[in-house]
Structures are given as structure tokens and as C-alpha cells.
Ligand binder design. Structure first.
Ligand code: SF4
Length: 424
């Protein structure tokens, strides 16, 4: 394996999100799903739908405990919930942007119309080779690009709805990232965001950690199961960064969320490409992200998450406005200017902002600390309290988050105790 350069979070803008004032919150409306993705955080339950009354209660908890710009409606697959249109309406009426996180299997043009009327703001389609889909067969990630395009065009035809795609990435599919980026690069006008979520595993193969709940050792294999799809090692955000650069050499992240245990980790890493079709003019600067976040907070009272398609078409204006004060945006503006000189008709076409994001979920560290996303956006409600959605199964099963202990240390502690007992 060739050495991939480490990332330096200090080069990026640290998103100002916090536990109580965040851009995003997470609402799980069902645990039922019509697929079984590798690496899914929830067991698929047959009758897992929450009632509208339960959902209203969870929304009330979010309203009381946490400001947020949007609510990611998740599951299971939210589109299998028979009252999904009403749920979207409830979220919209509550003052949030409803974003549907779905595999898309149940989405029809008719349902999309109803969801739009109810106020849906955007979709994040989870499509990858961890799924056995009936609507697309794929042995590599790029095989799904035709399906991705179908969804993007469906949304574009309806108009005014944000379109994102996410996919899980393991060491086995890491090399396929550039092909998906090359595809997405052609459609910055209708593919607004691509998210790469790194496969999560506690590395049980190494048998490095023991897990405890209330001081009792627990077997967690069923909860964080290893999968052949996950490959023989975990990958980190910097490896995906290197892969995206292969497809777009100008790629450069602008902002991040760090880790709770490792200050050098970038758990959420965002980059915003300014482009027209496959032509990249550059990537927006940390300063532009800072300004956008603070303008949104000043005027709307929340940190910014998703932007609507109209706003994402303002890449040129944003670049020129910031050019006098910001070297990075000046470089973007210069490229737009040169491109316009060479192709004068492009003066009448917008430049779009397209986001590429990398999410590195919980890292199980050798010393037993669990490196979570600092100021996690995917916080959800359970029994009236807020929890990391990626570890909710621990709460459901054990009533608390598990504590990890390095196995070597466990042996060391046991050996110490034995020695002490022998000396008494
Ligand atoms: S801590 Fe877990 S739930 Fe929160 S953003 Fe990170 S991966 Fe998602």
C-alpha cells in the first residue's frame, strides 16, 4: 500500500456546530427496510414503523433540546413508512428542512409529487454495491451510475429539490471512488452532493478490545459484525481524499468536524466544487464556508446544512464577491473568467457548487477510547433523550453506551490483581 499523506484539520474551517445548536438532526421513523445493506446500523424489523404520535413526541424533544436547520429522515427506509408524506409535512411545519435518507426503491414520480407538496427539501439516496437491488445490478460502484442519474433526473424534473447520494466505502471499493466522482462531475447542476461513508468496524478480527456495559463484559459480534465486504483493514478519510484527487486534481476540502478522542481526525470533511459540467473551476475556501454558516445563523438562527438548488447555482457570484479578499476564491474566479473569455456564450450559464463529503464514523482506538464525531450531526431521539444514532443499538440493548477496554490491558489488570492477591 502506498503511503497516503495525512490530513491537517487546521487547514480547514472547523464547522461551528455543537450538541445543542447543529445544522442537522436525525429522526428514525421506522426500523423496517426493503434492503439489507452491509454495514447498516439497524437490525431490519418487520413491523418497525413508529406512529405519528411517537414521531410528534420525538420532534418535540428535538425542538426543546436542539436547534437544527434540517432533519434527516432515516430508518430503516423511511419510504416504506405508510405515512411518510404526513411525516414530511410535520417536519416542514415544525420549521425544519425535511431531508429523506432513502435507498429510493419505493420512490415513484407520483410519491415524489406528494412529498414535494408536503415540503420535502432534499433526498439523500443510499446506493452502493453493499446492496442487492432489484432496480440495478452492479459488481463495481460505477455500475450504479445509471441508477443514480435516473434519480437525479427524476428530482430535477420535479424541480427545487436537493439531490445527494451516499455510499459506504471499504478497502474493497476504495479504488472505485474516482469513477463515481468522474460521473458526478458531469452533473453539478442536478447532483448536488456526494457523500462517502467509511465502513465501520471495531476490528474484531484483531480481537483487540473487550466491551463492557455497567461493568459487565458483553459479546458484541452481532452488533458490529465483521463483513467480508469490509475487507481486511479499515480506511481513513485521507485515503478517500487521495482517491477524489485522482478524479479531480483541484479537489480540496474546506471544512470539517473533528473527533472526540483524536484531534487530528477529520470525521466529517466537506469540499465544495465550483463547476460547470465536467469543468472544475476550483474548490471554495474555508472562509466562504465560515461566511455562509454565520450569515445563515445570523438571519435564520441555525447553522447551514443543505442548500437548495437555486443557491447551489450561485457559484460564480460567490467566487467573484469573495475574490478581492480571499486568495482561494480569487483563483476560482480567475478560472471562471478565463473560461468565459474562451467560451463567451458560457457567460449566460451559471457555475454550480457541488459538495463532496467524507464521513468517518466511530473509530475504535487501540487504547479503548471511541473517537466519535465531535458535535455529531446525526443525533437522534430515544426515550426522550438525545443519542448518537450510530450507536443507538447499544442503548437499546444494554441501556448504556459500551465501554471498550484493550484486551492486553485487561490481561494486564487481571494479572496485576492476581499478583496482588497472591502477595496478600
Ligand atoms: S458520531 Fe456516529 S451518528 Fe454521529 S455523525 Fe458520527 S457516525 Fe454519524
Amino acid at each position: 500500500m502506498t503511503e497516503v499523506p495525512a490530513l491537517n484539520p487546521r487547514e480547514y474551517y472547523r464547522l461551528p456546530w455543537s450538541f445543542t445548536d447543529n445544522a442537522i438532526s436525525w429522526l428514525e421513523v421506522t426500523t423496517s427496510c426493503n434492503l439489507a445493506c452491509e454495514g447498516c446500523y439497524r437490525p431490519n424489523e418487520k413491523n418497525g414503523h413508529k406512529t405519528l404520535a411517537q414521531i410528534a413526541e420525538e420532534l418535540a424533544v428535538l425542538k426543546k433540546l436542539r436547534k437544527s436547520d434540517c432533519i434527516s429522515i432515516a430508518g430503516g427506509d423511511p419510504l416504506v413508512h405508510p405515512e411518510i408524506v404526513e411525516i414530511v409535512r410535520m417536519i416542514k411545519d415544525g420549521g425544519w428542512k425535511p431531508i429523506l435518507n432513502t435507498n429510493g426503491l419505493k420512490l415513484t414520480p407520483e410519491l415524489l409529487k406528494d412529498l414535494k407538496k408536503a415540503g420535502v427539501y432534499g433526498f439523500t439516496f443510499h446506493i452502493d454495491t453493499t446492496q442487492k437491488r432489484s432496480d440495478s445490478k452492479a459488481s463495481v460502484e460505477a455500475d450504479h451510475n445509471a441508477l443514480r442519474l435516473k434519480f437525479a433526473q427524476m428530482l430535477a424534473n420535479e424541480g427545487g429539490i436537493g439531490c445527494s447520494f451516499n455510499q459506504t466505502v471499504s478497502v474493497k471499493t476504495l479504488d472505485q471512488v474516482p469513477d463515481v466522482i468522474r460521473w458526478a462531475k458531469q452533473y453539478p447542476d442536478i447532483v448536488h452532493t456526494m457523500v462517502f461513508i467509511l465502513f465501520r468496524s471495531p476490528d474484531l478480527n484483531d480481537e483487540a478490545l473487550d466491551f463492557y456495559a455497567y461493568g459487565k463484559k458483553m459479546e458484541i459480534e452481532n452488533m458490529y459484525k465483521e463483513s467480508p465486504w469490509g475487507g481486511d483493514r479499515l480506511i481513513k478519510a485521507n485515503e478517500v481524499v487521495a482517491k477524489i484527487k485522482e478524479a479531480d486534481p483541484l479537489y480540496e476540502p474546506n471544512s470539517y468536524l473533528g473527533g472526540t478522542a483524536d484531534p487530528m481526525s477529520t470525521k466529517w470533511l466537506l469540499a465544495s466544487r465550483v463547476a460547470r459540467g465536467s469543468t472544475t473551476f476550483g474548490y471554495t475556501s474555508p472562509r466562504l464556508m465560515e461566511i455562509s454558516q454565520h450569515i445563515n445563523h445570523l438571519f435564520k438562527g441555525t447553522w447551514l446544512s443543505y442548500a437548495d438548488p437555486k443557491t447551489t447555482s450561485l457559484g460564480r457570484i460567490a467566487s467573484f464577491l469573495l475574490a478581492p479578499f480571499d486568495k482561494k476564491m480569487r483563483a476560482v474566479a480567475r478560472r471562471i473568467f478565463i473560461h468565459t473569455i474562451k467560451t463567451p456564450l458560457s457567460l449566460f450559464k451559471p457555475a454550480y457548487v457541488q459538495t463532496f463529503a467524507i464521513i468517518q464514523p466511530v473509530d475504535f482506538m487501540a487504547d479503548g477510547s471511541l473517537n466519535m464525531c465531535d458535535s455529531c450531526p446525526d443525533i437522534t431521539v430515544h426515550n426522550g433523550k438525545l443519542y448518537w444514532s450510530c450507536r443507538l443499538e447499544e442503548i437499546k440493548k444494554y441501556g448504556c453506551f459500551l465501554t471498550a477496554v484493550p484486551r492486553k490491558q485487561t490481561l494486564h489488570v487481571v494479572a496485576d490483581k492476581t499478583k496482588k492477591a497472591a502477595n496478600q
